[in-house]
Design a protein around this ligand. Structure first.
Ligand code: FAD
Length: 611
């Protein structure tokens, strides 16, 4: 089966030649991993993705989900996928070994998941289960762990994440679902949750719903929220399933894309009999849920990477095959043979834009996962804190920047296909529809930007942000000394300076009581930061590529592009970086001018004037 899903060579280059993830394998936690083992894992992921999961992308979209007599049915084709996925234990790669998971380094689990993320309607089921299992592993009592985790880790049971309510979307603190304390220490839940992915399905025999609710009498806002486990079927002491819990699926949403993912409205406790168990401490629900949400934000960023990669590879293949017009040299000759559209400079403009963005956001996501592993395996607290700082700053940017780029690349893929891209004869239109959800769920991109500006910049009195600037600044110092990347590294450094200046403008405006300035410019700032980090990572990659070409030349191997695949790959990396630095990075300057002006037209405009 050909691979039009992941830029496979780029993936391995990034892992093993740039980030050098091999350095993680010397840590006792990952001692059973090596480059060979990691390579084998990726080979297996590729096989499952291309042979089993990719073929269900379109049929899942066409069949969609249905609700019959209170039970949700998902696309039939997803059942075989799910079985193969669980048999390969892909559903537990990030879960700790102590509770039966695989305990992969995060970066390796993420790289494997890139292979599956192009079909995120399917992936929503095992991914949310893994996230819910993480919560129980991290915060559950021993009894809860032994009661729920074996079923979830094996894939026999599913899991979800129930935050959103009709009146409480971005504003989670406005939730009204209530929890009533019972004499035996358990609770009864009553309320309505909407948009719950995998809220019901016919894949697993039970579903464990982590539900945010407020215990009667607890304060309003996020501080009064607790987290509960609400199983679809109650679990008896001997592990068998008991009565059906008291909640109903009110409807499933008809959506723009990800039709194979069931998005459910759930009414909990219409008969006041919805059993629930507290997870963790009372009123710490938001803190606990953030653990799952941070992992899920990176997961949504990976959806952006996967959408971009798959849309790009499909468009590239089409551009090589579709004949239209003639080559530039013979454009006046009506008898000239028709040329594949990849020969036209304007099509190449689109292709290099897509390629550089797909590779840039892959680098952004993988680097952040790598920092997460470095944080978890750090030799001491100080070192751990420096990696943690990068994760904290980059997580909202990974979610927002990569999900937007994923959609934009999918959009450009449709353009490369021309009219064919707008039809259902090709997958480009589905990539576009499916990718549109990523900037919305897991906290909209507007909310991610507010998290970055309102919370992350000031975290630890600004130490994380300063550490972030220093980390990139130091790396740029080396890249400036490298002949192949000197010029572009200087441009990246100038843009990095604009980030620092913008943060200063926000700080000053806030100190003067003009909070409206950072609130108005949070999203442009988040885009600036994403663009600069991507430009830096592509420059780093270019320096490695230049070194590889130089080493090959010194060893007497005359690597010629056109004759040698590796030479072509490395040249592609050099040109991607140059393109991004010269054509995309300058946008940072334009965004900075907006911030510097502190123009508040949007805020000043009267509602009537918007007409
Ligand atoms: C397909 C799908 C699957 C989903 N899966 C799940 C799931 O599994 N579990 C779950 O709990 N939820 C899920 N959601 C819900 C999703 O997380 C919410 O839709 C999202 O958080 C936004 O909330 P909302 O739709 O109420 O929009 P709103 O909060 O009403 O936002 C509307 C607009 O206003 C902006 N906005 C709102 N408040 C502010 C503010 N304070 N400052 C600036 N801008 C603001 C937003 O950025 C957005 O642009 C899913 C949604 C969809 C569509």
């Amino acid at each position: 089966m050909p691979n039009f899903i992941v830029q496979e060579r780029d993936q391995r280059f990034l892992l093993f030649e740039v980030l050098n993830v091999q350095s993680l394998f010397s840590h006792p936690k990952f001692s059973e991993f090596s480059e060979d083992v990691a390579s084998m894992v990726l080979d297996e992921a590729q096989k499952l993705a291309t042979e089993v999961i990719y073929p269900t992308l379109n049929v899942g979209d066409k069949e969609g989900c249905r609700l019959e007599n209170g039970q949700v049915y998902i696309p039939k084709a997803f059942h075989a996928c799910y079985r193969a996925y669980c048999e390969g234990a892909w559903n537990s790669v990030d879960i700790s070994k102590e509770v039966g998971g695989q305990g992969f380094p995060r970066i390796l689990g993420a790289a494997a998941r890139e292979w599956f993320s192009h079909n995120f309607a399917f992936l929503s089921y095992p991914d949310l289960t893994q996230g819910a299992a993480h919560l129980i592993d991290g915060f559950g009592s021993e009894e809860q762990k032994s009661k729920y985790l074996p079923g979830m880790v094996s894939g026999k049971w599913g899991g979800t994440m129930c935050l959103t309510e009709p009146q409480a979307g971005s504003d989670v603190g406005a939730l009204t679902t209530k929890a009533v304390r019972q004499p035996d220490g358990t609770f009864r839940i009553k309320g309505t949750k909407v948009f719950i992915s995998g809220g019901d399905q016919d894949l697993t025999e039970n579903i464990i719903h982590p539900v945010l609710a407020r215990i009667e009498g607890d304060p309003a806002g996020t501080k009064g929220i607790s987290l509960f486990l609400v199983p679809k079927f109650l679990v008896n002491k001997d592990g068998t399933l008991g009565r059906r819990n008291d909640f109903e699926i009110g409807k499933i949403e008809e959506k723009l894309g990800i039709h194979g993912s069931s998005t459910c409205l759930i009414n909990f406790g219409d008969n006041d009999e919805c059993y629930a168990e507290l997870l963790g401490n009372e009123r710490e629900g938001m803190k606990i849920m953030f653990l799952m949400m941070n992992g899920a934000r990176l997961g949504v960023g990976m959806q952006g990477v996967a959408s971009a990669s798959a849309a790009y590879l499909h468009a590239l293949q089409y551009a090589k095959e579709r004949l239209q017009g003639t080559s530039i040299e013979r454009f006046k000759d009506p008898t000239a043979p028709r040329a594949p559209i990849i020969e036209h400079p304007d099509v190449r403009r689109m292709l290099i834009w897509m390629k550089s963005h797909a590779e840039a956001i892959r680098a952004l996501l993988y680097f952040t996962y790598f920092c997460l592993d470095k944080w978890e395996t750090a030799a001491n607290e100080e070192e751990g804190e420096s990696w943690r700082g990068l994760v904290e700053i980059l997580t909202p940017v990974c979610k927002a920047f990569a999900s937007e780029a994923g959609f934009q690349v999918a959009d450009m893929a449709v353009q490369v296909y021309g009219g064919a891209g707008y039809t259902q004869d090709y997958p480009a239109e589905q990539f576009l529809r499916d990718a549109r959800i990523a900037p919305i769920y897991e906290g909209t991109n507007g909310i991610q930007a507010l998290d970055l500006v309102g919370r992350k910049l000031a975290m630890k009195s600004g130490a994380y942000f300063r550490g972030f600037l220093e980390h990139i600044g130091q790396s740029l110092g080396e890249l400036e000394e490298t002949p192949a990347t000197g010029e572009i590294a200087k441009a990246v450094r100038k843009a990095l300076g604009r980030i620092e200046e913008s943060a200063f403008i926000f700080m000053q405006a806030s100190a003067e009581g003009r909070l409206v300035v950072p609130l108005s410019y949070a999203h442009p700032f988040s885009r600036m930061l994403g663009t600069v980090v991507c430009a830096w990572l592509l420059t780093w990659e270019a320096a490695v590529a230049a070194k590889k070409l130089e080493e090959a030349r010194s060893a007497g191997k005359a690597l010629e592009v056109g004759e040698d695949k590796e030479a072509a790959f490395y040249q592609g990396k050099l040109l991607s970086a140059r393109y991004f630095a010269t054509n995309v990075l300058p946008q940072v300057e334009a965004l900075f001018q907006g911030i510097q002006s502190q123009d508040l037209s949007a805020v000043e405009m009267h509602e009537e004037s918007f007409a």
